[in-house]
Ligand binder design. Structure first.
Ligand code: KIV
Ligand code: ZN
Length: 525
């Protein structure tokens, strides 16, 4: 009989750890609503102890969503307490606690002698920390997940010992992460089989896996683990996540659906919501989906060569193993124009997966009419960028009011900008090597900042001469990188908006850190 595979989505936690990706709380809530619509079983909403914004996101999602909401916590009392607090209003709360189990991690993270001098002593300490953490988490909720970080490179004997102890302490799900994306599919399969043999109480918990994609094997490893007995898969939309990312939700779900003949399992996912989810996450995080990405890439269903097109016209199945409609890709993407009303706009946005308050609807309607004055046809992707760019990014400490550039052959590009900040209008101008450099210099002069621009990309959101230009860039401040995105029919304005958005993200992060420092000081007094 077909068995269910639980889908644990970690887009909002591990996915947000993608280099440069950072989501505002309203964006996270919007994604969580879409994930519920998609049908995931668990939403990992964040890491509450790590910052006030993470805490708030978990708290708000917990209060709103009906599915299991998980909060991450290291095997530390404070982390677990904070996670429990953030999850208090959840209908189905889950604390997800983890310890590092491989020798690499044990020596790296527990190098001090106070954890023991030898490997054996350090392993004993980690084992006890795990038991304490799981038992403590169980005092809050009955649903507790334990992860053995870097299980992919952990000695099987020790891994079995710690998993057994975690289950005995009350873990209801045991997660076996391939944290560094190191293992091969057959090897990972054997690891899960071996655990099932060695861990006496394994039947008392659900086996979960969490695979990273450093060797491009995250999906293959996850599928292999299912065949070995895993019944929960941790994954993210578009496969975003630390370094090369996590296993991609859409690829796993569609592999199970398309190859049910070989793998008789089912998920709760409504596959027709996959495309909306993918575009929403890409829009909010600013991480572009590569065109040849399986399932959700722009070319995933495009047939370029004559032979392929001919075959497709005769019979779709010649070259297509699933249809675009299966994953929610619509054929026509032209939606609205200058004469479309609020009602038309609202219903289209709802169809794209957004839920809007009256205030948000007013805001986007205003932006929509301005855009419709510049552009005849408004496409779905235009609406998505408006939502991501303007409506839900609440952290606009600095707002671009005006940008003006003077340039021409044999002249020095000069830019002037006006930025509003807490009711004040700030303005300045500067020259640069080109118009974009001049804009960035003018913003820096206005705000008294200076950053390295690590990457800069511009692309068109839709086709045609009137298309909006979308700029993605990454700036660096000491150790951290921040991404910004800006959209406009004028790419110079889009560049200014993107640069300013990255500065907004950076400033918010600094303010957050300051609040945490102040809170810790207040607690210490
Ligand atoms: O990759 C990893 O090991 C993790 C754990 C916290 C589950 O993200
Ligand atoms: Zn991870």
């Amino acid at each position: 009989m077909s068995e269910k595979i639980m889908i644990f989505d970690t887009t909002l936690r591990d996915g947000e750890q993608s280099p440069g990706a950072s989501l505002s709380v309203p964006e996270k809530i919007e994604i969580a609503r879409q994930l519920e619509k998609l049908g995931v079983d668990v939403i990992e909403a964040g890491f509450p102890v790590s910052s006030p914004a993470q805490f708030q996101a978990v708290e708000r999602i917990a209060a709103e969503c009906g599915v299991i909401v998980a909060g991450l916590a290291r095997a530390k009392e404070l982390d677990i307490k904070k996670a429990a607090e953030a999850l208090e209003a959840a209908k189905k709360p889950r604390i997800h606690t983890f310890s590092s189990t491989s020798d690499y991690h044990i020596f790296g993270k527990f190098s001090s002698d106070r954890y023991g001098k030898t490997l054996q002593e350090k392993r004993k300490t980690v084992l006890q920390m795990t038991i304490d953490a799981v038992s403590y988490a169980r005092t809050f909720f009955p649903d507790v997940e334990f992860s053995a970080e870097d299980a992919g490179r952990t000695d099987i004997g020790y891994l079995a010992e710690i998993v057994e102890a975690a289950i005995a302490a009350g873990a209801t799900t045991v997660n076996i992460p391939d944290t560094t994306g190191y293992t091969l599919p057959a090897e990972f399969h054997d690891k899960i089989m071996e655990l099932r043999k060695r861990v006496k109480n394994i039947d008392q918990a659900v086996i979960s896996v969490h695979c990273h994609n450093d060797l491009g094997l995250a999906v293959a490893n996850s599928l292999s683990a299912i065949e070995a007995g895993a019944r929960q898969i941790e994954c993210t939309i578009n496969g975003i996540g630390e370094r090369a990312g996590n296993a991609s939700l859409e690829e796993i779900v569609m592999a199970l659906k398309v190859r049910k003949d070989r793998m008789d399992y089912y998920t709760n996912i409504n596959t027709r919501e996959i495309y909306n989810s993918s575009r929403m996450v890409s829009g909010f995080t600013g991480i572009i989906v590569q065109p040849n990405k399986a399932i959700v890439g722009e070319n995933a269903f495009a047939h370029e060569s004559g032979i392929h097109q001919d075959g497709m016209l005769k019979n779709r199945e010649t070259y297509e193993i699933m249809t675009p409609e299966d994953v929610g890709v619509e054929k026509t993407k032209i939606v609205l124009g200058r004469h479309s009303g609020r009602h038309g706009l609202k219903s289209r946005l709802i169809k794209l997966g957004y839920s809007l308050s009256e205030e948000e609807l007013n805001k986007i309607y205003d932006l929509f009419t301005k855009l419709a004055d510049k552009k005849k046809e408004i496409y779905d992707d235009d609406l998505r960028t408006l939502m991501g760019d303007e409506v839900l990014k609440r952290n606009h400490l600095y707002t671009l009011e005006r940008v003006q550039v003077l340039m021409g052959t044999n002249s020095i590009p000069t830019a002037s900008v006006q930025i509003s900040h807490e009711g004040e209008k700030l303005l300045d101008s500067a020259t640069g090597d080109g118009p974009i450099d001049a804009i960035f210099n003018a913003i820096d002069r206005t705000l008294n900042t200076s950053f390295t621009v690590e990457s800069y990309q511009v692309r068109s959101v839709t086709a045609g001469r009137q298309a909006q230009g979308e700029v993605h860039l990454r700036i660096k401040d000491k150790e951290s990188a921040f991404t910004g995105r800006g959209v406009s029919t004028d790419i110079l304005e889009a560049s200014a908006k993107a640069y300013l958005q990255a500065i907004n993200m950076l400033t918010m992060e600094k303010l957050n850190k300051q609040t945490v420092r102040e809170e810790s000081l207040a607690n210490a007094v």
